[in-house]
Design a protein around this ligand. Structure first.
Ligand code: ATP
Length: 277
């Protein structure tokens, strides 16, 4: 985001319950870094109020696909793409649409927790408001901080130390703080790129519980290498594969239970049963 983008508009904070989870639909997405094609005509519908897991071996394009879903791919100088990403039917890449709008409606949580370490827990939660030019009263901010930390599963642990720095929290708590921060702008979709890979098993289960609690209000798309996690948290799975230097494609997608118990493609079967990747 540029300074100009951040200050062109002043937006009011949407009321509690105002954000509706949206269906995200990727149509024929291809992606390149320079002349290296890494995705080839990938299409996937990620329904509202569901958790969609993107699985597949390293390097098959899952993170690239995820970053295309909220226009982060274009931050890389050599990156290009083709295709459409529809948020409840509206293409986020339409010329008239601002990049900041897409990123506000479609939030992202990264592999490594990235709170602002010196900023207080309270201000960390509200950081996205300032960046998006969203105005709120002090009372609304207090309510929002409590609401988002509660949804992130962190409120009870930090309610008495909201002025302490975000960097003083444990890794798992920092990741839940990042989830709370992304929720504060009331996104309609939340993208999560291996959100538990840097966390211990207890913190991982806590985040998984949070994902389950959130899905009624925000559509979730998660990249994970952990097959048990995909089974525990997702409603549908998409299996990505890039064979022998070819660009990544979706081999198969469907309800998680079917993908793990009765996949149609033998490569899916091999992957979910740990035979490669
Ligand atoms: N910034 C970049 N510049 C150039 N090539 C990139 C860049 N990011 C990713 N790639 C390439 O794009 C391809 C897909 O990478 P991507 O990270 O999307 O795969 P992935 O399935 O998410 O992998 P992993 O599971 O290891 O995170 C790889 O060949 C990778 O080397």
């Amino acid at each position: 985001m540029t300074i100009t983008d951040a200050h062109v508009s002043t937006v009011k904070l949407p009321a509690v319950g105002a954000a509706r989870p949206a269906t995200l639909e990727a149509r024929d997405i291809s992606a390149w870094f320079g002349d290296h094609k890494v995705l080839d005509r990938v299409s996937l519908t990620m329904p509202a109020q569901k958790v969609s897991a993107l699985i597949g071996p390293s390097g098959c394009g899952k993170s690239t696909f995820l970053r295309i879903l909220n226009r982060m791919h274009e931050l890389v100088g050599s990156a290009s793409l083709a295709g459409q990403v529809l948020l409840d039917g509206d293409d986020i890449y339409d010329r008239g649409r601002r990049i900041t709008h897409a990123r506000r409606e479609i939030g992202m949580v990264f592999q490594k927790p990235n709170p602002f370490p010196a900023m207080s827990i309270y201000d960390n939660v509200l950081a996205g408001l300032k960046m998006n030019g969203i105005k709120a009263s002090r009372a609304d901010k207090d309510d929002l901080v409590e609401e988002c930390l509660t949804k992130g599963g962190l409120w009870k642990e930090v309610r008495d130390r909201l002025r302490q720095p975000g960097g003083a929290l444990s890794g798992g708590q920092q990741q839940r703080l990042c989830i709370a921060r992304s929720l504060a702008v009331r996104p309609r979709v939340l993208l999560m790129d291996e959100p538990c890979s840097a966390l211990d098993p207890t913190s991982t289960r806590r985040i998984e519980q949070t994902i389950g609690e959130l899905k009624d209000e925000v559509t979730i798309v998660i990249v994970t290498h952990n097959m048990q996690q995909a089974q525990r948290v997702s409603d549908q799975c998409a299996f990505f594969l890039a064979e022998q230097g070819t660009p990544g494609v979706i081999v198969e997608h469907g309800p998680t239970e079917v993908m793990f118990t009765n996949p149609q493609d033998s490569r899916t079967n091999d992957y979910v049963n740990g035979r490669f990747g």
